[in-house]
Design a protein around this ligand. Sequence first.
Ligand code: GAL
Length: 708
Amino acid sequence: MVDFAAIEKMKRVSVSRPYMRCRKWFGLGLLAVALFTSCMHSSAQATRFSGAPPLLLGTAWYPEQWNEDRWEQDLSLMEACNIHVVRVGEFAWSSLEPAKGQYKFDWLERAVEKAASHHILVVMGTPTAAPPAWLTSKYPETLRIDEDGHRDEHGERQQFSFASERYRQLARGITEQMAIHFGHNSNVVGWQLDNEYRRISYDPESRRQFHAWLKTKYGSLDNLNARWTTAYWSQAYDNFDEIPARPSKENPGLLLDWNRFVSDTWKSYSQNQIDVIRLHSDPRQFITTNTMGWFSGFDHYMVHENLDIAAWDDYAGRGDYQYVPNGMAHDLVRGFKQKNYWVMETQAAFTQFEPMDRGQVRDMAWQAIGHGADAVLYWQWRSALNGQEQYHGVLVGTDGTPVPAYDEIKQVGAEFAKAGSALAGTTPHSQVAMLHSYEAWWAIDFHRSNETTDFNPIASFTQFYVPLQRFAQSVDIISPDAAFDQYRLIEAPALNVLSRTTADRLAKYVRQGGHLVLGVRSGMKDEYNTLHVQRQPGPLADLLGGRVEQFYSTSKTFQVAGEAGSGTGHTWAEALSVKNSETKVLLRYGHSNSWLSDQPAMITRRVGKGSITYIGTWLDDALVDSLTTGFVAESGVSPILKGVPDGVEVCERSSKEHKVLILINHSTTPQHLDRQASMRDLLVDGNPQQTSVDIPVYGVAVFEEKGK
Ligand code: GAL
């Protein structure tokens, strides 16, 4: 199951004639070459294959779990469901290498060939998240050790140590064999490495590698001791081997480096397989791995450096599909490579066991496309008769015939075909960005707040995102290392770790006319997780012309009021001060007996055409909403569409030539929308020009506008 951390949490159309023509053409195209376009490595569109539809509907198929004489029926049902891609191979190690060095690929070759005969492309999953029993019996040292010192046993999955050289060697072996078999197969479009990197290991080998990593990073122990301030509690190290590996209760410098080491180790874990795939495959085949949205176990920007595209598993949990946080997770994933991505897994109506409503599967699929996905794959085609996930949502039941969700998914596929060519080559473009830093997130997580409050950095991030998304309708979530110049407004809710380099880049952005909003706890620490000697926001304090005099973690709620509005603050409060005559106080704490009494709570400074603003407390939602209206207006950000009713989401994907609007009614009441400009309705037969649209409950409308 996907870990969603703290936030984790119609029109019927038949398969049209043009669509059938497209399928025929698609089949011919496949026989030619499924060439991966050069866009693959550009910053815009990520995933186009010549010969394939621009939007792909797919599913996870595990042919090894079924008799071969069943495959034809499954693939026919998939084809009838408008499915164009299956992911196979994932977890099939024991079927591909039943004994060490004895490979059995004939069945998978036949499965891929059969899929091709049904015009279904293949993503090859490397099976390394599920090592076979012979491997773990023969090489028990490859089993991971958890943070309490227990070694994993066989029987679940992901029981390997991510740092084990032996395991990597064996993983390379099976991956290389797969690449030899499928690296030049025209029906195989790409590779998914492993599955949902997650479990790490504290075994002696991981620790040794951590020590070597630290040595490379710091060069000397003197340097490390200075950066981590190890004079504190006699932590000074005389030898790299003495340094513990722990996920909590450690020196903050060590904790940050441990997480960076983990990220680097997952990156080299990928590289181990990438090397052998690249050796034996066509460059057109992409390489990715499937991640889990807001999972905090590694720095996703780092882990995506050597991958071609991002792909993630979008599960709405127990039927509780909340479209705003879900859209936020899409924006996060788009930011990993700053280009279009895939939804490699999503639920066919439910995980275990509570369903979403009828219509929400389609709603969710279109939301993915609206935010920049080029493929949506359902997990899974049919449940294994036994195994840990027997109750999971599927497309066909144990008897092999369609379950109720099948028809809705089939409709999605038909609609992808209708709107696909207009969406080809398009991607979302945003005028606003939010900075997301894993380092800042971790640094706060190590020291969230006092025992009575819970400072959840992603909850704080979400609070800024929600109104920004509502006003701007498109938000990029980017790393602080990404380029800033394309944005009118950048918000960084709790940029706790702020290096001098990032601060300089942000200062330049503001001086060039950008608008920067920093939230509470920002600019407190440097990249070693060491407190800045300058008060918050550290290296940006001079530009701000103000600073934090004192911070407080508090269980009290207090009043704030001023030019920017009025409301309350809670959880964390910083008493600010002004040091420059150009800096204005926008909010003050109310009069009280506390240290906060009458102190500035929000300050701002105009810098040329730009501005820098610092908010020193966790404000209530209503006040954040109204402040966001001001930020958006001041920075000249315009929404995609005005007058959009509550519960309707508007997404825009565009290219130089045209733009496509995707409107989704996530609410449980029908909605109506007027537009001045007339647009081509892509989901209605004949593509009529429309100036208004009625969208039923969980309905979707897709419009194209030529010329931007
Ligand atoms: C995912 C995982 C799949 C399956 C699914 C069930 O996290 O990648 O293999 O377990 O959850 O929801």
